[in-house]
Design a protein. Structure first.
Length: 53
C-alpha cells in the first residue's frame, strides 16, 4: 500500500519537479511562519506591558 502524501507536499511536487527546490521552499515558508509568530508574540507583550503600566 502506497503511503498518502500530505496535500502541500503533493502540490510542491507538482510545482517543483526538483527535490532541492522543494526543500528550499519549505524552509523559506517555515522561517517566515516563525518570524510572524515571534513578531506577534512581541507585539502582544508590548501591548500587555503598556496596558498594565
Amino acid at each position: 500500500m502506497k503511503e498518502k502524501k500530505p496535500v502541500i507536499d503533493a502540490l510542491l511536487d507538482h510545482i517543483f519537479k526538483d527535490e532541492y527546490k522543494k526543500q528550499f521552499f519549505k524552509k523559506r515558508w517555515i522561517g517566515l511562519g516563525l518570524q510572524l509568530l515571534i513578531g506577534a508574540a512581541v507585539l502582544l507583550i508590548l501591548l500587555a506591558t503598556n496596558a498594565f503600566s
